[in-house]
Design a protein around this ligand. Structure first.
Ligand code: NAD
Length: 479
């Protein structure tokens, strides 16, 4: 294992690093939930499973964000660094986020009681421009998750050649148990607390799990009230009426299908002949299912957190959307479908499996049981390092998250550019520009993978690291 932080400041920083305070969150240690294996056991099993595939990070003194998901992002990075031949200043700088913020948000609930919600914002790299990344509301949000997701955002922006670095944030809460006024108060308090650390030239939030256009509208309004004038460019993914971009809401799911389509072309497959399974039926998965359906592919199963629906003849995707719009979930949907669990859904026989729910869905426990020919990562980090190794061994190609779900941040970039220029483009132009960007990134990744005989994930990381490396070498480390 290479040494961490072998630069001039290493000794000083080691003195500042706080030893880990004890329990590491084991909820991420596979898809086994709180009763799953402990993190040390997972780490030992990773070390056994992966020596030939990836160098597993053996952390030095633990930092606060050192959780299993961050470990996954770091392990991917270490492996890609081995393939990237970049100077040491690059690896030293990119291994850790630049800045991390921990907040407690005091909020009045509808019944008059008060509750404090933990919240986080992590900024990984400001090298190429402002940091950019979503805000999620979820019970499992923690600092390590935000740090991992922020690092992945850096690679995603670099790979798409967007002038941004990565960030991520969130509030640890159960959004399904909160009313709209409570969510508004959480969002406004979060924005006020974040105000000194975000800004159109500094850090630009966007929607993520369980946040949406309305959340971004509350953020934009709160920030604008503090500045004394409208600042639409502070967030992306907001409503069109306040400076949002056409096609932003559909961009991530549409981008997923653009990448799947390009991959099918390279593999010599006709997308319209393929059977598809989509895990997650929210912003990303719902749109991906619609786009696949519109292109003639057979979407045979979809799921949300309540479970899945399956029909070997193909699902009526518009009817599913209409049902969810009315009932908020697929839970009671039974029309001409078989109800299945999310575990069963992942193991269905199909051509293309789109993972668009959340991280850590395919692990060493189930990667050997997948019966698809191609996996597309619509979610961030849905495949663990061990799961990835098993799929690689089985010859199942994975279209990696930092490429496949980059449509959202790309149209976010278009939204920011439109807001700054106060000049707005039409839907066709945005869709065309997105297709160009996704196609260009896909081709670069595919070519690196073919030329070097490495997985698409490694190729995407290597291509992204080279973009960042060029900038860092040119700028150098300050002072
Ligand atoms: P969302 O909240 O709109 O949808 C998430 C969907 O997944 C919902 O249908 C939910 O019920 C389902 N789900 C949650 N847990 C599940 C589980 N354990 N099993 C099966 N289904 C489950 O969120 P989203 O915006 O669609 O984001 C999904 C993923 O895509 C996240 O990893 C997010 O970080 C990533 N992503 C989102 C965007 C974007 O623009 N929204 C961009 C890039 C990446």
């Amino acid at each position: 294992m290479r040494e961490l932080d072998r630069d001039r400041g290493a000794e000083r920083r080691q003195q500042l690093e706080v030893p880990h305070a004890g329990r590491i969150d084991t909820r991420r240690a596979g898809c086994n939930g709180p009763s799953g294996p402990s993190w040390p056991a997972v780490r030992t099993s990773l070390s056994r499973t992966l020596p030939a595939v990836a160098k597993v990070v053996q952390p030095g003194p633990a930092l606060e964000w050192d959780t299993p998901l961050y470990h996954q992002a770091r392990t991917q990075l270490e492996h890609a660094l081995e393939l990237s031949e970049v100077p040491e200043l690059v690896s030293t700088r990119l291994r850790h986020p630049e800045r991390a913020l921990i907040l407690m948000l005091p909020v009045e609930l509808d019944d008059g009681s008060y509750r404090s919600f933990p919240a986080y914002r992590v900024q990984h790299s400001s090298l190429l421009g402002p940091t950019k990344g979503g805000i999620r509301y979820d019970e499992e949000v923690d600092l390590g998750e935000c740090a991992a997701l922020a690092m992945w955002m850096t690679w995603k922006c670099a790979l798409l050649r967007l002038p941004y670095g990565g960030a991520k944030g969130g509030v640890r809460c159960n959004p399904r148990e909160l009313s709209t006024p409570e969510l508004a108060r959480i969002t406004r308090r979060l924005t006020a607390e974040l105000a000194p650390f975000i800004g159109p030239e500094l850090d630009i939030p966007a929607p993520d799990m369980a946040t949406n256009e309305q959340t971004m509208a509350w953020m934009m309004d709160t920030y604008s009230m503090q500045m004394g004038h409208a600042v639409p460019e502070i967030v992306t993914g907001k409503p069109v009426s306040i400076g949002g971009s056409l096609f932003r809401q559909e961009a991530t799911g549409a981008g997923v299908v653009m990448v799947v389509e390009r991959a099918c072309e390279r593999l010599g497959w006709d997308l319209a002949q393929q059977t598809c399974v989509v895990q997650g039926f929210g912003n990303v998965g719902g749109v991906a299912a619609s786009e696949l359906h519109a292109k003639g592919a057979h979407v045979v199963a979809v799921s949300d957190v309540s479970g899945g629906v399956h029909s070997p003849l193909g699902l009526d995707v518009p009817a599913l959307h209409a049902y969810v719009a009315e009932n908020r979930s697929l839970e009671e949907y039974t029309a001409d479908v078989e109800r299945i669990t999310n575990e069963e859904l992942l193991e269905l026989e199909c051509d293309i499996l789109v993972l668009a729910a959340r991280e850590d869905q395919v692990t060493s426990a189930n990667a050997g049981k997948l019966r698809c020919r191609l996996v597309a990562e619509g979610a961030n980090g849905p495949i663990s390092v061990a799961g990835d190794a098993i799929l690689a061994e089985r010859g199942i190609p994975v279209l990696p998250d930092i490429l496949t779900n980059a449509g959202g941040v790309t149209v976010s970039y278009f939204e920011w550019v439109q807001d700054l220029g106060r000049l707005f483009w039409d839907r066709d132009e945005i869709r065309r520009r997105l297709a160009d960007k996704m196609s260009d990134a896909f081709d670069r990744v595919w070519n690196v993978s073919q030329e070097r005989g490495i997985t698409l994930r490694d190729a995407a990381l290597v291509a992204a690291i080279h973009e960042v490396s060029g900038a860092l070498v040119a700028r150098g480390i300050y002072p």
